[in-house]
Design a protein around this ligand. Structure first.
Ligand code: ATP
Ligand code: MG
Length: 410
């Protein structure tokens, strides 16, 4: 086959190849639907960065043909549902074509003394076996760069050759992507997003498992440090970089009246954290319907702080009758911080994030009946109602914040 015939749409010869993982487990119609969603998200991500491309969907892969393969690969490596991406050389499927492309690519990276391996794979089971093809290409590379060593277990350099129905694909790098499921395949969740480290990671994990997200932030006003609202908004902005082309909503609700009331009524200090979290869940359960969400997501974690003992989490959950998902429930803090750094939400200098209502000795096993008495005394339903009636929306898209003002009587 002539080289020119092997080009994809628009004559591009270096497609970006996308590998997706778990979608393989689905039935054919579900797989078809999920791949459609994945393609839609990839298109949105590229167009959010001002790029256009053409696509082919050979079995088990997506090939993207565009003018800037490096930039395309970098963007697509942040799309949920994608396992990894490679910038390929597309060739004919004959051993000669594959060998020529592999030798050209490998000889740019290899020098005498290095170890290498050829990984060959054939979708079409005709002609040479994968092993024969690998040996043939390996010998040609070996002849071109003298002094190499073949090491199939732990090589310094790997080159991959695939023979597929669309022709040959040759590449030598695999850029890791987040995996998971395509955004939008699992419905919407409402994430309780704070200024902290955990909840942005929880939000990211929910997106990774295919959920569209809306954020809800409770602004404690004078009870919170001066950097809390800017830090929560920044978390929201940074998370919007993970769903390019989607408009991400953050609802800001006012929780200052709750703290004022606890202060006025001298609610036992040790119960404040649990009452505060139950209040957040109540507001979230109300807002869920408006956002079309099916569950609340929080960054809570077993035993991380006093309000997150198993006993307290149980009392918190009983504030609402909707599903509450806690993706970080079993994570160690170190694991969460590692992930926060990786996804770009970790801020080493977050500023003044103090909670002025936090007691010195919070209850670690709150008694539901006592909490209910405190909540009745402060008419928590009325405060919840008021809070939900006057909320503010902040939208973020592609890392840019767009305030949209106050919305009352939702
Ligand atoms: P994070 O847990 O996100 O690091 P944090 O440590 O300030 O924040 P915690 O006391 O651990 O907060 O709260 C547990 C969870 O409650 C958070 O992960 C988040 O889901 C939710 N939450 C806490 N504060 C707020 C807030 N001001 N607005 C919305 N949700 C909040
Ligand atoms: Mg926390």
């Amino acid at each position: 086959m002539a080289a020119a015939d092997n080009c994809g749409a628009g004559g591009v010869k270096n497609p970006v190849m996308v590998r997706y993982g778990e979608l393989f487990l689905k039935s054919e119609p579900v797989k078809y639907h999920f791949i459609g969603m994945l393609l839609r998200n990839i298109r949105r991500a590229l167009s959010a960065h001002g790029l256009s491309a053409h696509y082919e969907t050979p079995r088990g892969r997506i090939l993207i043909f565009g003018d800037q393969p490096e930039k395309i690969a970098w963007i697509v490596a942040r799309v949920f549902g994608v396992v990894d991406v490679s910038i390929c050389t597309r060739t004919g499927s004959s051993p000669e074509d594959l060998t020529a492309a592999a030798v050209t690519l490998a000889s740019k990276q290899l020098t005498a003394g290095m170890s290498f391996a050829v990984r060959a794979k054939r979708q079409l089971k005709t002609g040479l076996t994968s092993q024969e093809l690998g040996t043939l290409i390996g010998s040609a590379i070996y002849d071109r760069v003298p002094g190499l060593r073949v090491d199939l277990n732990c090589p310094e350099y790997e080159i991959f050759v695939e023979v597929r129905d669309v022709g040959g694909l040759v590449y030598d790098s695999r850029i890791k992507a987040p995996g998971g499921l395509p955004l939008g395949t699992q419905g919407r969740v409402l994430v309780l997003l704070s200024a902290g480290i955990d909840s942005p990671v929880a939000s990211w994990l929910a997106m990774k498992r295919g959920c569209e997200t809306s954020h809800l932030y409770l602004d404690a006003g004078r009870w919170a440090g001066c950097d809390v609202t800017p830090a929560a908004t920044e978390n929201h902005r940074r998370l919007s970089l993970w769903c390019p082309g989607y408009e991400l909503s953050m609802i800001i609700a006012d929780s200052e009246p709750l703290f004022d009331e606890m202060h006025r009524l001298r609610t036992p200090a040790r119960y404040r954290c649990v009452i505060c979290k139950r209040f957040m869940h109540r507001v979230a359960a109300r807002m869920m319907q408006k956002e079309g969400a099916r569950a609340i997501v929080t960054g809570e974690n077993l035993g991380q702080v006093a309000s997150q003992t198993l006993a307290n989490l149980s009392v918190i959950s009983q504030a609402v009758a909707v599903p509450v998902l806690r993706p970080l429930i079993t994570y160690d803090k170190e694991e969460t911080i590692w992930l926060a750094r990786r996804i770009g939400t970790f801020d080493p200098h977050p500023g003044d994030l103090v909670c002025r209502a936090a007691p010195r000795m919070p209850a670690t096993a709150a008694i539901l009946e006592e909490i209910l008495k405190c909540e009745q005394a402060m008419e928590v339903d009325r405060i919840t109602e008021q809070t939900c009636e006057s909320v503010r929306f902040v939208k973020a898209q592609n890392g840019v914040i767009t305030p949209t003002g106050y919305h009352t009587a939702l």
